[in-house]
Structures are given as C-alpha cells and as structure tokens.
Design a binder for this molecule. Structure first.
Ligand SMILES: C[S@@+](CC[C@H](N)C(=O)[O-])C[C@H]1O[C@@H](n2cnc3c(N)ncnc32)[C@H](O)[C@@H]1O
Length: 321
C-alpha cells in the first residue's frame, strides 16, 4: 500500500462530524511577513533574471492563503494595484495589517532575502540572497514607500473585499467567481504553491489568460509532490483514481496530480512563451510498472520534477500603464 498511515487517519477523520475541517485550517507560510517578503522577492528576482518586466500596473495573485502579504510586498515595491483571488477566505484584516507593518520595515531596511536556512521548503532557490538593488534601486523605493501611500494601503486593507474594481488599490475576492475580475487588467499573475490544487486546471489557465493583458506575464511556483499522502514523494502517480479518491476523504485542498509537462502544455497551447522553467529535480524510486494507467505516459522529466517555477509571457504588446 503506497499510502501513509497518517494520510489514512486524516482521510477517516474528514468523515467524522466535528473533524471535517482538520485539513487546511491554515494554509502555509503567509502569516509570516518574512515568508511573504522572501516569496515576492524570489519571483521578482527571477522575473528580472528572465528579462521579463519588473514594474506592474496590476498584480493578480491566485491563492494568497492566510494573509495578502505577497501582494502587499508587490504594492510596496513595484505594483500600482493588487487583486487577490482565493477559493477560501483565509486572510483576516488584523493578520494582514500586522504583516503589512513588518513588510514596510523589511523594505525600508533593504533586508536581504530570507534564504533556504530560514525557509528550507520555499522555492525557487536564488543564486544570491542579497537585496535586489538592481531591480529596486534606492530612488525607486523612496518614491514608492512614502507615508501617504502606506496609509492608503493600510486603509484599503481594513476594508479589503467584495469585488475587484479597476479603481481600487487592493481587492480581496474569496471565494471568487468567474466574473470577479475584469478582462485584460493584469500585468502579472502570480501564485505560490497553488496550481497543484485546482481540479480543472485547463479552465484556471484559461481564466488567468482572460485576466492578463497582451504581453502580460505569469509566474507560478508549483509543487508536484504528494504532500505526505504517499510514502514516495511521487507515489500519487502510482495510485489508481479510486485509491486516490478513497484516501482524499473530504479533505480541503485535494491535489490535481497534474505533472510539470501539463502546465507547460497548457501555457504553450494558449500561445505563451515559456521564459523560465526552473525545475526542482528529485530522484524517483518508482518503477514504470508501478505507475497507474492514467500516468503511465509520464516522461522521465515529469517523474523527477518535484517542483518548478514557471514564468511565461502572453503574446502581444504590453499596454502602457
Ligand atoms: C498551500 S496554500 C498556499 C498559500 C500561499 N500562497 C502560500 O504561499 O503560503 C494553497 C492556497 O491555494 C488556494 N487555492 C486552492 N485552489 C484554488 C483555486 N482553484 N483558486 C484559487 N485559490 C485556490 C487555497 O485556498 C490556499 O489559499
């Protein structure tokens, strides 16, 4: 049996009244300002390294989790407007405000990017963790970090919610629906540890394409591991559909099990230019004969890709903002 004992216990617990919500009550790291700062600056540094834009009119984040900290870091460094879309409303005003105040200090101090020693599981890895002064020079940060703008973001945070309007500095829509956001408003769509979840991934990619302006960019860090459900990190590809479903129980955040190549295929079929494909390579201990029929076609690259930062650009000219 490739399933871990813990995953069996969790699956059973999700069927017991009162224990149904034991999965994903909190989502991960975004309660920590240093985590959010690190995640944002890693995406930004990689965009710069890929020769992609690093100044944005509107940044849309999908799946921010416990706070809006990643998008707040974007607003404090190089974005005019931030829209957060989540399937569950995790972020609360008090946590957002606490993270925001710490982020301001981190940017004012030009703090080095918190590294793998502090956040060993966070990807992508960077070759240098020094503050990216080439992307965010002092003059630029001084212009964007002025007190009235900070006060405006704090005010918007107290009342973040409802719908996304083109005029707003900040919107948090959770749960969001197809019409929660206008067409072609985003310069950047970002996600961290999210795209392994949506059950209908092609429709999420089509939606993101609808939000993005021509020439706009996506930056997604995706985790392809089985999240401890199976003994091997890639053992989810050895589970038949019925076995996998049985051990998901009613857990929140069920993995879609889409491999790395599926993301590249969806983006290229929409005409995107893949500019960065930063894979985390992990050894596979599965033999091909163990793969479930649905995953028998997986390439050796898929079977050994446990995570990837994928950055891609939508065809066409980026509109001035
Ligand atoms: C593991 S958490 C990651 C949270 C945060 N990005 C971080 O780095 O800690 C996954 C997040 O994705 C969200 N999510 C899952 N499926 C989603 C979907 N189809 N659309 C939007 N958000 C989704 C969850 O609600 C949750 O906030």
């Amino acid at each position: 049996m490739p399933i871990t004992f813990r995953a069996i216990l969790v699956a059973v617990a999700t069927h017991i009244p009162g224990l149904q919500n034991i999965t994903m009550q909190r989502t991960g790291g975004t309660s920590s300002a240093r985590y959010c700062y690190s995640v944002w600056l890693r995406h930004l540094s990689m965009l710069h390294q890929s020769g992609l834009p690093t100044r944005f009119g509107t940044v849309v984040e999908i799946g921010p989790g416990d706070t809006l900290g990643v998008g707040l870091a974007a607003l404090l460094s190089c974005a005019d407007r931030y829209v957060a879309l989540d399937s569950v409303r995790y972020a609360q005003a008090d946590r957002n405000l606490a993270v925001f105040d710490k982020l301001v200090e981190l940017f004012k101090d030009r703090t080095a990017i918190p590294d793998d020693a502090e956040f060993p599981l966070v990807k992508p890895r960077l070759s240098s963790d020094t503050f990216p002064s080439d992307v965010l020079p002092t003059g630029h940060l001084d212009r964007i970090l002025y007190p009235r703008r900070q006060a405006a973001i704090r005010d918007a945070l107290k009342d973040a919610g409802g719908t996304s309007t083109a005029a707003g500095l900040l919107s948090y829509v959770a749960p969001y629906a197809k019409d929660s956001i206008e067409d072609q408003v985003a310069d950047l769509v970002i996600s961290q540890a999210v795209l392994q979840y949506p059950s209908d991934l092609p429709s999420v990619y089509r939606e993101m394409d609808r939000w993005l302006k021509c020439g706009g960019v996506v930056s997604h860090q995706v985790d392809f591991k089985s999240h401890g459900v199976t003994k091997e990190w890639n053992g989810h590809w050895a589970c038949s559909d019925w076995l996998w479903q049985a051990f998901q129980g009613k857990r929140r955040g069920q993995l879609n099990r889409e491999p790395h190549s599926a993301h590249l295929r969806m983006l290229t079929s929409l005409g995107y230019r893949i500019v960065c494909d930063n894979r985390v390579v992990s050894a596979s201990r599965l033999s091909r004969s163990q793969l479930a029929p649905r995953f028998a076609h997986l390439s050796d690259t898929d079977l050994t890709t446990s995570g990837a930062l994928i950055q891609a650009q939508k065809p066409g000219q980026l509109h001035a903002w």
